[in-house]
Ligand binder design. Sequence first.
Ligand code: ASP
Length: 351
Amino acid sequence: MKHLLFFGSLLMLTHAASAQTAKPDKSKITLVIHGGAGTIRKANMTPEREKAYQDALGEALRTGYRILQNGGTSLDAVEAAVRVMEDSPLFNAGKGAVFTHEGKNEMDAAIMDGSSLKAGSVAGVSVIKNPISTARKVMENSEHVMLVGRGAEQFAQQQGMEIVDPAYFYTENRYQQLQRAMEEDKVKLDHSAPPVPKKEPKSPSPSEGLGEAKKFGTVGAVALDQYGNLAAATSTGGMTNKRWNRVGDAPIIGAGTYANNQTCAVSATGHGEYFIRSVVAYDISALMEYKGLPVQKAAEEVVMKKLVTRGGEGGVIALDRNGNVAMPFNSEGMYRGFVKSDGRPQVFIYK
Ligand code: ASP
């Protein structure tokens, strides 16, 4: 018995030691990104616009890949990739964030480290140039997970984050989107007489009534580094015409963002309310943890079945510790792409 115990602990010791000194493995480095899901149709796209998105996604992938390739961590890679998209007016995050009903830009972001299960997030911030970097500071330099509004902005300032005038986030395109979204609301009010029942009442499509808000332009990244660590990051302006300091799923750990080395890293985009109620990102991880599903199956189960039944439009990117990638979405399109150890970025937009 004693011998058995001795050998048992010896085994455990060697195992622990080998885990710590496990050789970095560059062959599995992977970065996956998304730039939002929604009503993205080829018919509504000009070749120039399509190319602009491909270029921006490609730049985000190359930026993150360089970090992974040079021995950087998955956390560094997801933060850097998301920053590229935050700085691009094409995406609904940072510069390019959508407008609230009051004509403001209120952003949410979150980051999670799969090796420590530490996480940080900010919500409803209006003056922080790169919300994702502040989310990381929350994770690393505060004892909290989530900071909101003014307090989050004060914290960002204290941490030396770049603070900008709210006007920095103004883009004409997004402002026009708000005007159209508000008009659609008005149109609905104009037709607010009791609806005439149809013969066969059709169940509402997931995004019915959302109008302009149907384009979910949130950005996100998940990565696996050569040390075997997973990380996830998501950043968004939320939904056009949102009110009352509405917060979406992106900054809520387990809903829009989650990472766990034992299972997967997930970043979501879509109609946040549904993603919060279905705890989407954690649900995918839980299916892997408790049911042993592979990442593709787990992500499809949640996005293509559960969310569809519940009416939640959108998609996710998910990555497991072996570098397996899943990118399911139940909307018409999702800006997405990945790069693996060969360093060749691959970008997709439609189904
Ligand atoms: N999920 C985001 C939210 O609900 C929107 C998006 O994906 O664009 O705030």
